[in-house]
Design a protein. Structure first.
Length: 392
């Protein structure tokens, strides 16, 4: 078999052959969806700063990727590896698309699936798996991002009811959500609440003027004395362990997903460099270009092998959150470097939306920051190695 086949120009290490047929078929189906439904429009969505989230959610529900790694309630019950590879294909389209799916499946749905009551699950999970209901996950606040335990949003008792007050910031899907999972301080520590977004006192103004993840809805959540019934609280997941376990689910999608954006940049750039003539020969035939392409292919291959390894650890139930930190740090950091290097090869053309490269690079700045910044993951790894927590 030739090393680099036309069907998989970037599968240099033959990683494709390491997954079973069912997983490969699923990955191919997601890739087809992205090619047909997303790729023709995404540059315009990005330019206009919008995403047709409601239509896409329905279609992604039909495709079966919303909460796909969860079991029951209309979820597909796939492996973590299959979920990761689906995220890779989605993010090859745009990080905003993958963010929609990550937040829906790994943050909002997972929180309800893992910590919710039987009633919460029945009411929300089938509708969310089908994309009829959109979820968001409110943890970050204006003054508490990397250190969410300091959150000021508070839930107090009023008779049997709960009253929620506070502000959440940078919340993906916020303005289009039907249901918000909101984390708040209570007398018993941090708890999660299921908040229908039509509850009086709840509003979700969209954050504008973003230069990254423009094809994604990002919002503030304002909770102005939102009155909720006693059973709105998630019975499980008390303390920071609740939201952090959801973030670990979502980070698995990013470990794979960021590499999809990198692959798309590299594919675009190899094709561009073949057709662009510079100093009387193709740009691809110049040594400096080949050095860049080779180095990027090395990092992409290493990243894919690492992602697959972590996916398999998760599938065997032995994955530690500190290993996910290493994967998230590596995938996003390398993907961003690849996107920026590809941009140099495209020259001036690289700064436009005619090519996906700078869009991916801009998106990856958000991916570098959310779900734990690179620095936070470095501190997690540092603590693992030295035993010293250097966070504060
Ligand atoms: C597009 C987008 C979508 C998002 N979606 C969601 C969402 O759906 N739900 C949600 O809850 N949140 C979401 N977030 C928020 C995201 O999780 C936070 O932005 C992230 O946790 C970082 O918080 P911060 O922006 O407040 O940065 P800060 O915490 O203020 O960090 C600023 C800088 O300080 C560094 N830093 C932090 N701690 C240390 C330390 N101990 N030592 C040295 N340096 C340190 C950081 O690495 C960073 O470089 C989203 C963010 C973005 C950009």
């Amino acid at each position: 078999m030739p090393l680099v086949t036309p069907a998989a120009p970037l599968d240099y290490l033959g990683v494709d052959a390491l997954v079973d047929d069912e997983t490969r078929d699923l990955q191919a189906a997601v890739r087809h969806f992205v090619d047909e439904r997303v790729r023709p429009h995404v540059a315009t969505w990005f330019e206009d700063g919008r995403l047709p989230a409601r239509d896409l959610a329905r279609e992604l529900g039909e495709l079966g990727v919303l909460g796909m790694h969860l079991t029951g309630y209309g979820c597909a019950g796939t492996s973590a590896t299959a979920y990761g590879l689906a995220c890779l294909e989605l993010e090859a389209g745009d990080s905003g698309l993958r963010s929609l799916v990550s937040v829906q499946g790994s943050l909002a749905m997972y929180a309800i699936w893992r910590f919710g009551s039987a009633e919460h699950k029945q009411e929300w999970l089938p509708a969310m798996a089908a994309g009829r209901a959109i979820g968001c996950f409110g943890l970050t606040e204006p003054d508490f991002g990397s250190d969410p335990a300091g959150m000021r949003t508070r839930a107090r008792r009023d008779g049997d009811d709960w009253i929620l007050s506070g502000t959440k910031m940078w919340i993906t899907n916020g303005s289009v959500a039907d249901i918000a999972v909101v984390w708040a301080q209570t007398d018993d520590g941090i708890r999660g609440f299921v908040v229908p977004t039509d509850t009086p006192g709840f509003s979700a103004p969209e954050i504008k003027r973003k230069l990254s993840l423009r094809a994604s809805v990002t919002s503030e959540l304002v909770l102005d004395d939102v009155r909720l019934p006693a059973d709105a609280v998630l019975p499980g997941g008390t303390g920071m362990g609740g939201p952090l376990s959801c973030l670990n689910e979502a980070r698995m999608g990013i470990v794979f997903g960021a590499l999809g954006a990198a692959r798309d940049c590299l594919e675009t750039t190899i094709a561009y460099a073949q057709s662009r003539q510079i100093f009387d020969k193709p740009l691809a035939a110049h040594q400096i270009t080949q050095v860049k392409l080779a180095d990027m292919t090395v990092e992409l291959g290493k990243g894919l092998l690492l992602a697959l390894h972590l996916g398999r650890l998760k599938d065997t139930g032995t994955l530690d959150h500190r290993q996910i930190s290493l994967g998230k740090l590596n995938s996003v950091r390398e993907a961003l470097t690849i996107a920026n290097t590809c941009r140099t090869i495209l020259g001036a053309a690289g700064i436009t939306l005619d090519y996906p490269v700078m869009r991916h690079a801009a998106n990856l700045e958000s991916v570098l920051t959310y779900e734990g910044t690179s620095e936070v993951h470095q501190l997690v790894i540092g603590q693992t190695l030295t035993g010293h927590a250097a966070f504060r």
